[in-house]
Ligand binder design. Structure first.
Ligand code: NDP
Length: 292
């Protein structure tokens, strides 16, 4: 079994690490050490107290932190302990420039880097059905593909380092557009006397349907359950990365730039711990209509 160090046991890192515990000789590390200790006891794997102890001897290092700067913040500790020839797979939804900086520093100690953000949510992580969008060297990907199979169903090499981050950021900008626009439309329909459940029944058999209309809004908003699986703060970060990426390309994208502003507003209003689907509450407040 490959020796793998997993850094970052958050909402999605935890179920991913749980699947990797079945196929790898796993050591976990988390900033809040008690989470790593609890995970290690539950899954019969090792917990390291320091990043250096976690990565020492690992053939593969996996990280899943909020941002690329968070991953960069671990490198001073990790670099002296890393094994030459190892591959660092970063599941963080990072930013392309950050990933390129990380890759350059890892290259100085002979370690390959892949940006490998995921989509599919906590449910996809638990089921091992994530989509993994990879940026980096094809040979490095082929060395870890067997391990990634434990968490991913669709694994796609998108291009050079940073490409996975760019695709992920644009994907999540689309998610934000779909969620926000569906909430606006449903609030207007409710105001006109059409039940959101009836409207969704029609839309989901019609051309305006999306993951937001088919899954997120019925399961989280209409149900009033709002489970926290993916923080709005992280979606705000992702759409911000997309907006910066698009500005760098100098391609006009007024809708996506506006969406980044909307996510910032929703994040500021709802706070750091709100789930992404709770953005519908802002639309509800503005319209005076509950989407239920
Ligand atoms: P969480 O906020 O739930 O967890 C973040 C993890 O990172 C925690 O383990 C936290 O440690 C750790 N952490 C935070 N800041 C630092 C830091 N500066 N240094 C070291 N460790 C740190 O995030 P998620 O698990 O939800 O998301 C992780 C990544 O995956 C993000 O980039 C996100 O956008 C992406 N993602 C998430 C999805 C989801 O459904 N949740 C879906 C797809 C992608 P501590 O326990 O100490 O707080």
């Amino acid at each position: 079994m490959p020796r793998l160090a997993f850094l970052g046991l958050g909402d999605i890192g935890t179920p991913m690490a749980a699947r990797l515990a079945r196929t790898c000789e796993l050591t976990v590390w988390n900033r809040t050490a008690t989470k790593a200790a609890t995970f290690a006891a539950e899954h019969d794997v090792a917990a390291a107290k320091t990043v250096a102890d976690a990565v020492r001897g690992a053939e593969i290092v996996a990280s899943c932190l909020p941002t690329s700067p968070d991953v960069e913040g671990l490198l001073d500790q990790a670099l002296p302990a890393l094994q030459k020839g190892a591959v660092w797979v970063d599941f963080t939804s990072g930013d392309p420039a950050g990933s390129r900086r990380i890759a350059a520093r890892l290259a100085t100690v002979g370690v390959s880097y892949l940006d490998a953000p995921v989509s599919g949510g906590v449910a996809g992580a638990e089921a091992g059905t994530l989509t993994i969008m990879v940026g980096g060297d094809e040979r490095a990907l082929e060395r870890v593909r067997g391990v990634l199979d434990a968490v991913g169903q669709k694994i796609v090499l998108c291009g050079p380092i940073g490409s996975g981050d760019a695709v992920k950021a644009v994907n999540n900008a689309l998610l934000a557009v779909h969620l926000w626009s569906a909430a606006e439309g449903l609030a207007a329909l409710k105001s006109a006397g059409v039940s959101p459940t009836v409207a969704l029944d029609v839309i989901n058999a019609s051309s305006g349907r999306s993951n937001a209309s088919m899954n997120l809004i019925p399961q989280r908003v209409v149900s009033r359950k709002f489970p926290r699986t993916f923080r709005l703060a992280l979606l705000d970060k992702d759409v911000g990365i997309a907006a910066q990426f698009i500005r760098d390309q100098k391609t006009p994208a007024p809708l996506l730039q506006l969406t980044a502003e909307m996510m910032r507003i929703a994040h500021n209003l709802l706070g750091a711990e709100a789930d992404h689907a709770e953005m519908a509450k802002v639309v509800e407040q503005w319209s005076g209509q509950e989407i239920s």
